[in-house]
Write a protein that binds this ligand. Sequence first.
Ligand code: AMP
Length: 177
Amino acid sequence: MGRLAPPSPFHRRYESTYRGYQHDALQFLPLRVRYRPKCLIMELVLLLLRWLRDAFSGAMLPPVSEKTLFQKIMDREEPGDILYEDDLCVALRDINPQAPTHVLIVPRNPIPSLDALTEEDESLVGHLFLVAQKVAADEGLTDGYRTVFNNGSDAQQTVAHVHLHLLGGRHMSWPPG
Ligand code: AMP
């Protein structure tokens, strides 16, 4: 077995010329084509990440629960003149008083209206009236007062969180407007 002959000077020149052509040819290719396999992988990874974000963003976030105006006042997220509070309700001054004393007694539970009350709320409603009685006494309404639940659009209910109005400090007419 004879040994392989060392590459001839011609052969070496041919090889280096050939490699040079390869190198030059790569240089002429546009970037996106030269690095195509890497681009494809990156694009696939980005697509996967986007899909994961869209698929799980809803599930990972806590459920959005819109608080009522009165809940925000109770939670001190909105200003409010709170006169009394306990585990079941809060009494706050009405921002647009219709009498010298106008207080709203609002259950902590955001029941939307009188219509939405159930038998389970029976004692809660009684409690709201007892709180009205207490606030009336604190406000010095010795000559009487009125308590009102506005229910629905005909009664001009504007806040969908049931509340008892306590009005006093002036003589009132009947029927109400
Ligand atoms: P109603 O119309 O029976 O639903 O009663 C809603 C009452 O909430 C009205 O008398 C309003 O004047 C009163 N009100 C509205 N916004 C506020 C607030 N930020 N603080 C206190 N009372 C408010």
